[in-house]
Design a protein around this ligand. Sequence first.
Ligand code: ADP
Ligand code: MG
Length: 703
Amino acid sequence: MTAPRAGKPAASRAGTPAAQRGQATAPGERLGLRSDWDYALHLPLHYVDETRITPITALREAQVAVVQARVVQAELMPARRRVLRVLVEDSGGRLELRFFHFYPSWTRQFAPQRELRIRGEARRGLFGFEMVHPVCHAAGAHADLPDSLTPIYPAGAGISQSWLRKAVAAALARLDMREWLPAALLARLDLPPIGQALRLLHAPPPQVSIEQLEDRRHPAWRRVKFDELLAQQLAQQLARARRAEQRAWPLARQPDGLVGRLLRALPFELTADQAACVAEIASDLEREQPMHRLLQGDVGSGKTVVAALAAAQAIDNGLQCALMAPTDILAAQHLRRLAEWLQPLGVGVAWLRGSQTRREREAELARAASGEAALVVGTHAVIQDKVRFARLGLAVVDEQHRFGVAQRLSLRAKGAGEQRQPHLLMMTATPIPRTLAMAVFGDLDISTIAHSPPGRQPVRTRVFSGQRRDAVMQRVRELVLAGRQAYWVCPLIEAPAEPNDGPGGHAELRDALATHAELQALMGEQAGCVGLLHGRMPAGRKAEVMGDFAAGKLRLLVATTVIEVGVDVPSASLMVIEHAERFGLSQLHQLRGRVGRGSEAAQCLLLFSEPLSATARARLQAMHQTSDGFVLAQKDLELRGPGELLGQRQSGLQGLRHADLRDDQDLLELAREAAAELLREHPQAAREHLQRWLGGGMDWLAA
Ligand code: ADP
Ligand code: MG
């Protein structure tokens, strides 16, 4: 059978406990479990060995064990906090059970002489071993013991382990677990059949090492993780094949055209890395297959000019280029820069953004639709329904991880006229470690700007306790008065109206509005040079403030993370980040990338507040030690795992529930090779595998 992914839950049709109790929604749905296959893949986090009884005398510290014992006495201790103490014994020794939460009736259940089976973690107490809140039930000494390890599942409110165990067992019994992958492949990779692997994981024989299971190193786990990665790799390779069948306008290189003129007009020479990326993109664009390329380069590495040259190549061929950026500020900046470069060369530019008067917008739309604007720059507004292009040849998405798959798809669809897709160039300043890139973008070509343009000075980064905030403010004042331009970054716009002042509560966060006022007061007569920028300001006002800062009218800009992405004011050389412990590593790196863009030596001051978690400490340390975005990205991967690194919108990773790219890089490589082999030699098995793992949810593949 195949596993339905949506619609009426198969489990309740087939009579799980929920259905028997006649409930409207199966509790499993709250865990996202619908099909039998979902249940089969709801794998235990932990296991408990209840297959044998441990004599009390043989208990070990911190061991979870099952004990068979008789109640000696139960007493309520009239302490400040009431405690129920139950003393039990077996033939060899005594054990104390303690309960801090209990019902009065429990004292009766622990009547003397009662035979109990007790499961709990043994702790050495004052008078021998004790167990706090063990699981107890009445059972005679000869009552059956389970013959497999007891799984402990991820559960949720109101969902009991015993319900889950039954539901999973029922699902496993119904599922057709015939193997679909070729036996030779499994033998070569030393992986067990899927049915065997899943049955083992849900009910391991007692001799299996719990440690291996919980570390997910057991071969059964490897099989599940391999299968998951295989599904992902298959999907990506298929998507790639599908794309190869699509047609794009081939965009020939014309050395005497716009590309050449733009190169000659630039105020700088391309770096070797930039030139290599330009060449890779140019040869993609010449092909009749749509380009699908990611341009990655650290903040400030100079990706924009590479995009501009790609746009010029499209325009040289009479086609249009659309450029989409995630924020108004960034879109405005691209517009300014690209217009500065391209308009003098006779290129018409249109500008689309969320907050535009209707008339402005209609005019820009008309210019895009007629082809008068060869370059269309904007935010999400670029992908709205009303936007039509005369002949879209190239779509550029900046900071692509900020966009969802659906948004990238709609941009591509804009060119679908005449059966041609636009070439797609995505750009990111969040450099992605190779393994991760392979997992997420297996179907993507990657160009990398590894080294930033010469002459940049590394940003000196120092970390201070928030207790030294006043001193830092004074220092910033001096530097600004001495002519430096600085950003002061705060995590919030304003303190919430209702203070939530627990430790770490938001009331403690320095807010941009208050900090702005504070810094203005501090600057005295120079208060006018302190600006404020945050996400809730109208777009026009934001652009105005950015413009004043770029022009040097504002010298100190208090900002929220709206400046995180792409903002380029080369004269700014100082940045303070408050509550740096609250930011992720890539976000800190992005923020810091706003300075050190000019020739002046730049500084970044990170202020943190206690308590500082171990991870936060490691992040701040990494920021202090390196400014290499690739090193930081790798570090981020280690600290956080890949899910967050790319933002939760990054599909494909959402799918990875079992494999962990930190631990399973070897499996990823194997899955990649196996996927190619299956598609070539066993297409039926490949189809079945995809059907199992992805069901209908394959839309993201096309993006
Ligand atoms: P990012 O990769 O972060 O988008 P930008 O494209 O904004 O970086 O470039 C950062 C700055 O470096 C810009 O001011 C840009 O004009 C400048 N720049 C780009 N390429 C070069 C180069 N080859 N030599 C000197 N400056 C460059
Ligand atoms: Mg940029």
